[in-house]
Design a binder for this molecule. Structure first.
Ligand SMILES: [Zn+2]
Ligand SMILES: [Zn+2]
Length: 358
């Protein structure tokens, strides 16, 4: 079974950030950041079910109006997730229009804010003129944002002089039943297969499973022949953050062993001081973080327009550091420390955060 995720950046690397992740099997899609989305086809906009907003600087959020305009007459439920303040931001956007003709519309917006120990939620329905409806808070582990049967979205809060969320979307692991083995053993599919998969997921190899032919066997023995266990795909999305030890630790924990890391590179490393002042990463710093996180692939984007025409310089600088051809870790004590910690697997909490994505 192939991965369900099909990620694409909506815009070019000098334009607004927006990462579209189509979910092949579910038919819907996720969006990470909501800058200008004119290039996203209306059909693809209408497939969105979750929109994760890192922070509400204009280049990450101004696509809200266009998305709302397209989805307004549709029977849709859209969930927006982001940092504290997102509910007020969306409330303010909605308050900017007149809604006297939407009583028969069924569009519903749910907004979820990630706070330190809980999620704050609100709903806005077109049928009520998008009146603000607070929902009860939900307790949630610090990295958790969205859990569905098909995927999980984890998050961490970075310092961009304001809280800025980074995200990791993880596909659930696939447990595929080998139908050839079933047929060869003359075993009929049934509820016992679900029980077997549950035991495998829970790591309970000694659970005894009753088979349809009256026999029984342990989950471990059955799974060995019957189940193909495939790790799901993992994608991380990191934008607008300062290169320092705290942010570095959080990014490395979030993005550990991902298949693909999308990371901002606002500046080239020659302008490192300016990147630092503006709380942004350079291409080389993104390459370093991807390398120590053990990402399999890195794609940099969100380049400052001042470097127009120099996209190749960003890719080369980021990839050279990512592949270890240049090594930033030797330049500064804290960078060397972060690289050492990452090699050792970080502290226990961060290791768990990374593994929770699996
Ligand atoms: Zn920003
Ligand atoms: Zn930005």
């Amino acid at each position: 079974m192939k991965s369900s995720f099909r990620p694409t950046l909506v815009n070019g690397p000098f334009q607004d950030p927006a990462l579209y992740v189509a979910l092949r099997w579910q038919g819907d899609a996720l969006l990470f950041d909501l800058g200008r989305i004119d290039r996203l086809s209306p059909g693809n906009c209408l497939r969105l079910s979750y929109v994760c907003v890192s922070h509400t600087h204009m280049d990450h959020f101004m696509g809200f109006d266009q998305l709302l305009r397209l989805t307004l007459p549709r029977d849709r439920e859209l969930t927006f997730c982001g940092p504290p303040g997102l509910i007020d931001n969306i409330r303010g956007k909605l308050a900017g229009y007149t809604w006297n003709l939407t009583a028969s519309y069924t569009l519903e917006l749910t907004v979820i804010e990630r706070h330190a120990h809980h999620l704050t939620r609100a709903r806005f329905r077109a049928s009520t003129g998008f009146a603000f409806e607070p929902l009860p808070d939900v307790a949630a582990a610090p990295d958790t944002l969205i859990e569905t049967p098909a995927f999980r979205i984890a998050t961490t809060t970075l310092d961009h002089r304001i809280p800025c969320l980074a995200f990791r979307v993880s596909e659930r692991r696939h447990l595929n039943v080998r139908t050839d083995v079933l047929a060869a053993r003359e075993l009929r599919p049934g509820a016992w297969l679900a029980a077997l998969k549950d035991a495998v997921r829970a790591g309970n190899a000694t659970t005894v499973i009753s088979l349809p032919n009256g026999e029984s066997a342990t989950a471990g023995v059955l799974a060995h022949d019957l189940i193909e266990d495939q790790r799901g795909q993992h994608i991380a999305y990191v934008v607008d953050t300062r290169f320092d030890l705290d942010n570095g630790r959080r990014i490395v924990a979030l993005a550990r062993d991902v298949d693909l890391l999308y990371a901002e590179a606002r500046f080239l490393d020659v302008d490192r001081d300016e990147a630092d002042k503006r709380h942004h990463l350079t291409a080389r710093q993104s390459g370093f973080l991807a390398r120590v996180a053990g990402a399999r692939r890195l794609e940099v984007f969100h380049f400052s327009p001042r470097y127009q025409g120099m996209a190749q310089a960003f890719h080369s600088e980021a990839q050279a550091e990512f592949r270890g051809e240049t090594r930033l870790e030797e330049t500064d004590a804290w960078i060397a420390e972060l690289a050492r910690e990452a090699r050792a697997g970080g502290d226990g909490r961060e290791r768990r955060v990374a593994e929770a994505g699996g």
